[in-house]
Write a new protein. Structure first.
Length: 458
């Protein structure tokens, strides 16, 4: 019998064709179709599949194997980011197209390609040995790209099915097809929205200008007060809980085959601005940030309009590192914004959620406990050999700048540590136009995971 996973590139093209944008309810049917696609593949692999309802998009929960066997949990997300701006895509974001060894489409790398890698490897292993003595629970959610609002509730309800020894995740990055990274940490996140209110409605700036403070001017004052001239965040207490990276982490970073010049060229910038004491490549993983993701207010149309706007807003997120807490930083940023806001303007700050940072110390590295579950030790050990076997180099163990808040929740609620093997690269354009997945990485990674699943079960 032939199944879709016999041809992983076709399988990925199919998966990408379901436009599962979680941020926009217009895409509800694509979200459902991508979920069905994932369920079908898992059923073909012999899993018992359950679709667990949540307030927004259901979670796919699937299991195989005997409860007495070592238990691996595998995480993925079937939702994707919005494809906008559409006019910058070379081909349709939801009609997968292969060009120059890459499969283009929204979600190809984040996170559909890596899921097809795991599933294809399992398909090959289970075809050879249907009784592989490894219990596997699959957990594929549909709200990752909107901050997983339903996940905590799901977890509290279903944690008993997730009491495994390790979580396998491939939703992080690597330098390229010759060098993979085992991700040892993710930054946390806290999101805030600032609203500033001036006069009761937009005003003629000639008739009234000079008498009152413009909310946009107040917004810019607040904005410029939140960093100092050297790039440090000025929010009182912002850095209090930050712990410096370990020596081994700096050594691992020095193995990264990426120069600052190449990185600047990739970004299209002439100059970096990391905070004092950190190189750019250190700053993106070891330092917290405060970023403006969007600001607005006043006239945005063509030509000029002489107006004093009634309102202005800013959307802010902070990336957090150990041992900062999302709640604590949200409160500190809120207090600082309120304090920097001129008294003539009314200011409201809304905390929009987030998650705490996560680190895992690979078994055997300085600081590791030595009492990790057997399957966790074995998996880290086996992964290194399997990666070297297919990619020709040992992985680099590195923290990453991005966030997957549920990884920390799974540790807190179900005691699961994560083995995160990065399969996408900077060139894959995550969250940007022309997202793609490198098919060379895909092929090498499938053989890596084939060997990994086999060895983990022996
Ligand atoms: N896969 C990414 C996270 C990621 C990217 C980790 C690069 C490591 C390296 C994930 O899908 C993502 O984009 N997460 C969001 C989380 C947010 C929506 C709560 C992020 O990091 O912005
Ligand atoms: Mn992702």
């Amino acid at each position: 019998m032939t199944v879709i996973l016999d041809d992983p590139v076709r399988a990925l093209a199919d998966y990408v064709s379901h436009d599962s944008v979680s941020a926009d309810s217009c895409f509800a049917s694509g979200v459902a179709a991508a979920r069905d696609f994932a369920c079908e593949r898992l059923r073909e692999l012999g899993f018992t599949v359950e679709i667990v309802k949540t307030p927004i998009n259901p979670v796919v929960l699937a299991t195989r194997g005997d409860p007495s066997w070592p238990h691996l949990v595998i995480y993925g997300h079937y939702d994707v980011q919005p494809p906008d701006p559409l006019d910058l895509w070379v081909s349709d974001p939801f009609e997968a197209t292969v060009r120059d060894g890459r499969l283009y489409g929204r979600g190809a790398a984040d996170n559909k390609g890596p899921q097809i890698v795991h599933m294809t490897a399992l398909h090959r292993v289970l075809k050879e040995n249907p009784d592989l003595p490894l219990r596997i629970t699959y957990l594929i959610e549909g709200e990752e790209e909107i901050g997983s609002p339903s996940f905590r509730g799901f977890l509290e309800e279903r944690k008993d099915s997730l009491l495994g020894e390790l979580l396998l995740v491939s939703d992080t990055g690597s330098p390229g097809p010759d060098q993979l990274v085992v991700t040892t940490g993710l930054r946390g996140l806290t999101a805030l929205e600032v609203k500033l209110f001036g006069p009761r409605q937009d005003l003629h700036s000639g008739v009234h200008g000079g008498a009152l403070l413009n909310p946009l001017q107040a917004l810019m004052k607040i904005g410029s007060s939140l960093h100092d001239d050297e790039g440090r965040v000025t929010v009182p207490g912002f850095y209090d809980a930050v712990v410096a990276p370990e020596q081994w982490e700096r050594e691992e970073l020095s193995r990264l085959p990426l120069t600052e010049d190449k990185y600047a060229e990739f970004l299209g910038i002439d100059e970096f601005s990391p905070p004092p004491g950190y190189s750019p490549l250190e700053a993106i993983r070891f330092c917290p940030t405060l970023e403006f993701n969007g600001v607005g207010g006043g006239y945005q149309g063509e030509g000029s309009k002489t107006v004093i706007p009634a309102e202005a807003f800013a959307k802010i997120t902070c990336r957090l590192v150990p041992n900062q807490s999302s709640e604590d930083i949200a409160n500190k940023v809120k207090a600082a914004v309120e304090q920097f806001c001129p008294s003539a303007i009314r200011c409201e700050v809304f905390v929009k959620g987030g998650g705490d940072p996560y680190v895992v110390i690979p078994p055997g590295k300085p600081g590791s406990s030595g009492s990790e579950p057997h399957l966790m030790k074995k998996a880290f050990d086996v992964a290194e050999g399997c990666i070297e076997g297919s990619f020709g180099t040992k992985p680099i163990y590195l923290r990453e700048g991005g966030s997957i808040p549920i990884i920390r929740d799974l540790k807190e609620v179900a005691g699961l540590e994560s083995l995160m093997i990065g399969l996408f690269t900077n060139e894959d354009n995550l969250h940007s136009p022309n997202e793609s997945f490198d098919l060379e990485i895909m092929e090498k990674a499938i053989s890596t995971f084939e060997a990994f699943f086999k060895q983990l079960a022996t």
